[in-house]
Design a protein around this ligand. Structure first.
Ligand SMILES: Nc1nc2c(c(=O)[nH]1)N[C@H]1C(S)=C(S)[C@@H](COP(=O)(O)OP(=O)(O)OC[C@H]3O[C@@H](n4cnc5c(=O)[nH]c(N)nc54)[C@H](O)[C@@H]3O)O[C@H]1N2
Ligand SMILES: Nc1nc2c(c(=O)[nH]1)N[C@H]1C(S)=C(S)[C@@H](COP(=O)(O)OP(=O)(O)OC[C@H]3O[C@@H](n4cnc5c(=O)[nH]c(N)nc54)[C@H](O)[C@@H]3O)O[C@H]1N2
Ligand code: SF4
Ligand SMILES: [Mo]
Length: 737
């Protein structure tokens, strides 16, 4: 029998509505859903991943049964075991460890959303009583979201509309990373919007811009402070809004006097006239909104850059207006996990034990305590309870036993051996543990170090309820299209089922009354008067709200009820309440001696259309489109170093070297190079030493995660500025080709 199921693809951040054709439980095809309501849905997506859905789902290397290590860690030797055995053994080993060391001895790692239901994941570890979550959110999305919550009472997740008159794209290339946002920007452009792009590379979106500011990597905070200088000194701000709705204008005004344009131009390398034009264009063209990305979040100046970004939006009264930085608010009728079960919160002792948050405080529960009463006042419910341990500190604790022993890691939907900075330290830390459990869809360098590898279901097998942790304009839902289990062929489990079945074995079954993920979603949307299945068929994808200037009634959801130019929350946490600029730890300015040997600035990670982080390298039809990692090098630099197009080159920093293939391009400046991230070689056997398979083209080998160089507020590690040198690989060290 052929059925058409309505699903949501989460293989990248477009999160497209799709229809899945299924015959007797087998996947026939997947294609875009023509009725998908997301505003500017590109109806004909030429998406290589979607095209390869069958190849992915039935791939011969896919994990189909639980595996138990049968040799040294990393030896590539495994035995297939039953789910019963795997879950029983994991539960009893977990119990033994928590009884001996306390539950905080369990650390957990997760990657980016939307994969593995974030609420269910958090519920599992909350019931276990451990706060030691390592999340990529620390350098992706959480700084943006939390800083917006702290300063303005809500995080608008890309609110470009046709009415938007000016878009500031900073540190992101949405044409690759967020196709829906890119389409929204182009629609707004077609309706007359202006576009300002701030990026050290001439990206395709920069080529479409009215103004492109090619700044020196890592200097965004200074650039935005320069724009504030212009807006304040030329009185381009909205006085009425500032008087009534902004807190700390005079303090900001004074701070900004430290950033006259000549100084900012010197720091950023952007001409004074261009900064002034960008400031004027932004301040005089309303509604205006920001589309910010990793150029900010992977930047050592992440916190003050975000403060300056919010000050710009506030001074120009672009907050919570249609087409500006909209404040959609959490969905009033979708229950968060804590609303469903308020009893299982962490105890103060467990919170106290979270590693790293007494030093890096933005993502701590203390911050939530400071802002949640105001969220309740305005939104009727607290902010999503994102609170993350400091991942580099947790990995160090595994090695040192300080501040206490961390002896186990549960890793769900993450591949830290490739995606975490300083991954050789991560590998050493994982190697040292007593218990390592990794749930994934494919074998990865991280599963290679596990004691138990659990075969997770993909989105094609899971129901989905998607509201982007309450921040998206959209709500969307999809149904499970394929079975998780076919006798004799595969035995996958949804992450939800894994959490639940482990929790039952650990005596925490009372917190898991819903037998499966769909039932859990039914409970979350119960106030809507629909089941999840009905939601998929009756609503599917919808805008959450379009009301504006809600602050006029209840104020902003901040302690002062105003947008905080001077942050009372940061002040209480012991940080500078105002934005400022500091030179990143490793640049030609801060480390001129080092720069003599390592003269280039390395940026990396600009998204690759075909891949999602470390995924898809084993899917042939996709890999063929982009077989090797590429490093962008300016023609002048390449010719000086006698590097030709397609040559393999070594990129070396103080921490190590990796090899990528040269792409000679004037999209970067001569002193800057851009390397790709996420690379490893699944075609090489897991049993061989990791040198070539895991490290050889892994850009994170080059990057630092030492807590001393992490941003003091967010804890983020500096991914986008490092000094490096570059030289051609000789024929002897040319491996992968
Ligand atoms: N140098 C450098 N490093 C970076 C970045 C960069 O730009 N430069 N970007 C950073 C950013 S922004 C992010 S978000 C991170 C991403 O970091 P990760 O999330 O660790 O990256 P992925 O490679 O997507 O790894 C996710 C793994 O989860 C598996 N998976 C997918 N869906 C599911 C599921 O539903 N359940 C389970 N159990 N497994 C699943 C995939 O097969 C894959 O192996 O990388 C960060 N690392
Ligand atoms: N196809 C695909 N799509 C993806 C992903 C993927 O892996 N593949 N990953 C997803 C994830 S998890 C995320 S977080 C998003 C991220 O997507 P984006 O936020 O768009 O981030 P990137 O593409 O990594 O980097 C954007 C730009 O930052 C610039 N940049 C580097 N340093 C600086 C700097 O100091 N300042 C400024 N202003 N810019 C700088 C780079 O030149 C690059 O063009 O993409 C998502 N979408
Ligand atoms: S992988 Fe393709 S189909 Fe899936 S969300 Fe991304 S763009 Fe859409
Ligand atoms: Mo990300």
């Amino acid at each position: 029998m052929i059925e058409i199921k309505k699903s949501v693809c989460v293989w990248c951040k477009a999160e497209c509505g799709v229809l899945v054709e299924v015959e007797d439980g087998y996947l026939k095809s997947v294609y875009p859903d023509p009725d998908w309501a997301r505003a500017v849905y590109p109806k004909t997506i030429a998406c290589p991943r979607l095209k390869a859905a069958k190849e992915y789902f039935y791939h011969p290397s896919r994990l189909n049964y639980p595996l138990k290590r049968d040799g040294e860690r990393g030896s590539g030797k495994w035995v297939c075991i039953s789910w019963e055995q795997a879950l029983d053994e994991i539960a009893s080993r977990t119990k033994a460890l928590t009884e001996h060391y306390g539950s905080e001895t369990i650390a957990w790692a997760r990657g980016t959303g939307y994969r593995t239901d974030p609420y269910a994941l958090a519920r599992f570890f909350r019931t276990l009583g451990t706060t030691n979550m390592c999340t990529q959110g620390q350098i992706c999305y959480l700084p943006r979201a939390k800083m917006a919550d702290v300063l303005s009472g809500y995080f608008p997740h890309y609110s470009v509309r046709n009415e938007t008159r000016c878009v500031v794209v900073i540190g992101t290339e949405p044409l690759v990373s967020r196709p829906i946002t890119a389409a929204q920007i182009r629609n707004a452009r077609a309706h007359g919007a202006k576009l300002i792009v701030i990026d050290p590379r001439r990206t395709p979106i920069a080529e479409e811009a009215d103004l492109w500011l090619q700044l020196r990597p890592g200097t965004d905070a200074a650039l935005l402070l320069g724009m504030l200088y212009v807006i304040i000194s030329q009185e381009l701000f909205n006085k009425e809004f500032v008087d009534k709705w902004c807190y700390g204008f005079n303090e900001l005004k004074e701070r900004v006097t430290e950033y006259p344009l000549e100084r900012v131009a010197e720091i950023t390398g952007v001409a004074t006239e261009l900064i002034a034009s960008a400031a004027k264009l932004y301040a005089t063209t309303s509604p205006a909104c920001f589309v910010e990305g990793l150029g900010i979040e992977h930047n050592p100046n992440v916190a003050p850059a975000l403060q300056a970004r919010w000050a710009l939006a506030a001074l120009t009264s672009n907050i919570d207006i249609r087409g500006g930085d909209e404040q959609v608010g959490p969905h009033p009728q979708i229950l968060t996990d804590s609303e469903l079960e308020p009893k299982i919160s962490f105890t103060p002792q467990q919170i106290e034990k979270q590693i790293g948050t007494s030093r890096f405080k933005l993502l701590s529960r203390r911050t939530l305590e400071l802002i949640n009463p105001h969220a309740v006042r305005v939104w009727g419910k607290p902010f999503a309870p994102h609170a993350a341990a400091h991942a580099p500190s947790v990995y160090r604790a595994m090695l040192s036993g300080e501040p206490y022993p961390v002896r186990a890691l549960f890793c769900f939907a993450a591949n830290p051996l490739i995606t975490q900075a300083n991954p050789k330290l991560v590998a050493k830390a994982i190697q040292s543990l007593d218990l390592v459990v990794v749930a994934d869809i494919f074998p990865t360098p991280t599963t290679a170090l596990a004691d138990y590898v659990l075969p997770a279901a993909s989105w094609l097998e899971c129901p989905i309820l998607w509201d982007f942790s309450g921040h998206s304009q959209y709500m969307a839902a999809g149904e499970a299209a394929l079975p998780t289990f076919i006798q004799g062929e595969y035995e996958h489990k949804t992450d939800y089922d894994i959490y639940r079945e482990l929790a039952m074995r650990l005596g925490k079954g009372q917190y898991w009354p819903w037998p499966n993920l769909e039932a859990y979603y039914d409970a979350q949307i119960k106030p809507l008067g629909l089941t999840h299945h009905e939601y998929v068929y009756q609503r599917r994808c919808e805008l959450k709200s379009d009301s504006y200037r809600k602050y006029e009634e209840k104020g902003f959801a901040t302690p002062t009820g105003k947008v905080e130019l001077y942050s009372t929350v940061l002040e209480k946490l012991g940080y500078d309440p105002l934005p400022f600029y500091t030179e990143p730890p490793e640049t030609i300015v801060s480390a001129p001696g080092l720069a003599q040997e390592y003269p280039f600035t390395l940026i990396n990670g600009g998204r690759i259309r075909e891949f999602f982080h470390s995924e898809w390298r084993q899917i042939d039809s996709v890999r063929q489109l982009h077989p090797n990692p590429k490093v962008q090098i300016h023609p002048i630099t390449a010719s000086k170093l006698r590097i030709g197009e397609g040559d393999w080159v070594w990129i070396e920093t103080l921490r190590g070297r990796i090899k990528e293939q040269a792409e000679i391009s004037d999209r970067v400046q001569p002193q800057v190079i851009h390397a790709e991230h996420g690379w490893w070689y699944p075609e090489l056997p897991e049993s061989q030493p990791p040198q070539q398979r895991v490290w050889e083209s892994n850009v994170n080998v080059l990057l630092d995660d030492n807590p001393d160089v992490c941003n003091p507020v967010t804890g983020g590690w500096p991914l986008r500025t490092a000094l490096c040198k570059l030289y051609k690989a000789t024929s002897n060290d040319i491996g992968i080709d």
